[in-house]
Structure formats: C-alpha cells, structure tokens
Design a protein around this ligand. Structure first.
Ligand SMILES: [Zn+2]
Length: 393
C-alpha cells in the first residue's frame, strides 16, 4: 500500500504508515518543513559560509559537473551570482560513451569561463571496483558506488590537493531529502544547513575519509589503488582549514524547468532528447540498475525522490505516479540488461542474475522483518545502522 500523500510503499524497508495511511517520511517532513524551506534564512547561512573563504585561495570552490542540469546550474550560480572562482570537476569512468553530456559540460564551462578538470581512473581499477562491488552478497545496483562513494571521495581528494576550501555538490532536493525518516540522514541534513564549525568540519572530514578508506578496502583495493581515489590522511592533519562539503540545493529552491531554461539561455546547454527529468540518460549501467531495483521491489530511488517533489508541491501525486510508470518502463531491448556485467566487467552474467533472483526472493522478508523491528524498537542508533548495512540494494 502507498502513503496517502506521497508514493512510497509500506513494503519498503523502514517505511511505516500510521493509522491514516500517512508514511513516517511525510510526518518527519511536516515537522521540519518550516526550517527546510525558509530559503531566505538558508541562503544567509550559505552566503556566510562562502564569504569566510572568498578570494583566499586559487579557487573558492569545486563543483562536480557531469553535463547534467544540476551541476551546470550550481556552477552558473556560484560564478555569476556569488562571484566565486570555481573549478569544475568531471568524473569520467568510461560508462558514458555518449558524447552528449561531455559536450554540454564543455559548452557550459566555456560560456562561464570556468576551468575544467576531468578525472579518469585506470580502466583496470574501474573494472575491479565495479565487479567487486557487484559481487558482494547484497549489492545489485552500482549507482550508489558512483554518486555517493566515488564522487564524494574524488571531490575530497581534489579539494585537499588543490587546497580548495568548499566542495559544493549539485545533488537535487529529491536526492538530499528522500530519507529523512533515517536518523543519520536527517542529522547530515541538519548539520549541513547549520553554521560552519571548524572543529566539527575537521572531525567529520576525517571520519568520512576513514569510512571511505574502509569501504575501498572492503572492495578489495590495495593501498596503491586507494591512493588514486582518496587523499592520504597526512595532508589533512597538516591543513589549517579542511574543505567543507556544502549542498547547494539545501539552501536554494530547485525548480527543474526554470533551471533548464536559464541554462539554455545563458550557457548554451542543450536539453537531452526524451528528457523526462530524473533519468541518467546515457550511463551504460542504467538499465542494469533499473532492472535489478524492479526485481528486488524494494523501491527504487525514483519513488523516494518523486515523493520529495510531492511533499514540496512540485508534483501532484498523480503526476508522480504517471512519471514513475513512464520511467520505470525502460525495457526496450530484447537482451537482458545484465549482459553488461559480463561484457563490460568480466563477471559471470548467469551468476549475477541468479544472485539478483535470490535476493528478490529474500527482499520481501527483509522488508517485513525490518519494519517489524522498527515498529518494536524505533529507528536510530545501532539498529538503523545494522538494517542499513545488510539491506539488499
Ligand atoms: Zn508519505
């Protein structure tokens, strides 16, 4: 059953409906909405964090740029509205053979006169990372590895090595606010919109780097391979000020259509064909991720993210359901989308496919079991971390 206001379902792990069929994410949102949408106060915090560092180093901020609209928009805002010197950073793992996004990134950086660096990792290392990730017992979709792990790690590495004080991420509000029912996700959001605290920022960054380091060890990377992706801890302890990670769209509204129109007008950015919003249109692994999420039935990121749009009034519930139906139906080819693990990553397709099927059988029990535990003990602390760690995803 779906929440009566948004579209998350009661069989997603961690999602509970109350007596009136309102989900726990919606009720957390109701208690935080005033704070999270007071954009004049939020912008003030953003401005004050930037004014502390402006003009002190070669670059004031680094921004990730894939060629999509959000990174491009943040780049535009920071250079034109905030007058900052920004380094644009593209991560090229070789999964986007389509040149469209690259050309968009080039158009935007040249229109804005921004310096642009592309980070590439050795092919061997990319294959090892993704195949080891997809070989773990509970993982089926590589998007998490790409956006949350690698993007973060390389952003930090570049900021530390180039001595750039701010890392500004262009994640949209759907990506930032979709798991507010989880205590650790909520704490990150609230810390991020609070004032900058130097000691806390250093502690957080050191913790993030050591967590990432452990994560890459878990993925089987040796020290030399990890050094391509993470800064060594030593320069961090020597830095007087560590880079702070800021989320642009926690402090500013996100209007998809407005963003696209501005980029077209001011930077020559071109909207992709068949553009329907949240899809990552040209990644080779996109269909694999979509199909695996469908089979597991645990709610793809799309349902969580569209639900944020509903809560914020950007979409009606019916519009969100229509969009879900349209984007969820990506089965175009006759070939299984899992062939990519064999052709691209050197893994066994049948082995991967049977793992996904096994997980698909377990997933409903996992969801039921974890929701029963949450009902009994509540979320937060060790239970939340444990459920998060062992979830099929
Ligand atoms: Zn809801």
């Amino acid at each position: 059953m779906r929440c009566r206001r948004c579209i998350v379902r009661s069989d997603f792990p961690g999602v509970l409906l109350d007596g009136t069929n309102l989900c726990n994410i919606c009720s957390v949102w109701d208690s935080l909405e005033d704070r999270l949408t007071d954009f004049s106060a939020l912008k003030e915090v953003f401005v004050s964090k930037l004014s502390d560092v402006k003009g002190q180093c070669e670059y004031d901020a680094v921004v990730g740029l894939s060629g999509g609209k959000d990174g491009a928009y943040v780049l535009h805002a920071l250079t034109k509205e905030y007058g900052l010197r920004v380094l644009a950073l593209t991560l090229d793992l070789g999964f986007m053979p389509n040149t469209f996004a690259k050309e968009n990134a080039a158009r935007v950086t040249s229109a804005l006169g921004v310096e642009h660096e592309t980070v590439r990792l050795p092919d061997e290392l990319v294959r090892k990372l993704f195949s080891n990730y997809l070989s773990k017992p509970t993982t089926t979709t590589p998007c998490h590895l790409c956006t949350s792990i690698l993007g973060l790690a390389l952003g930090i590495k570049v900021a530390v090595e180039f001595k750039i004080p701010k890392i500004v991420a262009g994640l949209d509000r759907g990506q930032l606010l979709n798991k507010l029912h989880l205590k650790h996700a909520r704490r990150r959001v609230l810390e991020s919109i609070g004032p900058h605290k130097r000691d806390e920022a250093r502690r957080n960054l050191e913790k993030t780097i050591s967590r990432l380091n452990l994560y890459f060890r878990w993925l089987g990377l040796n020290a030399n391979e990890r050094s391509f992706i993470l800064p060594s801890p030593r320069p961090i302890s020597r830095l007087e000020e560590v880079p702070e990670i800021m989320m642009y769209f926690l402090h500013h509204p996100h209007d998809e259509e407005e963003i696209k129109r501005l980029l077209e007008r001011e930077t020559g950015w071109i909207r992709p064909d068949g553009d329907i919003g949240r899809g990552h249109f040209d990644c080779e692994l996109k269909e694999l991720a979509g199909e695996a999420a469908n089979r597991l039935g645990l709610g793809g990121r799309l349902e969580y993210e569209l639900s944020v749009d509903i809560r914020e009034g950007a979409l009606t519930r019916d519009q969100a359901l229509a969009r879900l139906a349209k984007e969820g139906d990506s089965s175009e080819g006759t070939q299984s989308p899992f062939h990519i693990v064999e052709s691209r990553l050197g893994m066994s397709q049948s082995g991967f496919e049977s793992k996904v099927d096994r997980l698909a059988k377990i997933a409903p029990y996992y969801a039921k079991g974890s929701n029963a535990l949450i009902r009994a003990f509540g979320l937060g602390g060790r239970l939340e971390k444990l459920l998060f760690l062992i979830r099929p995803h």
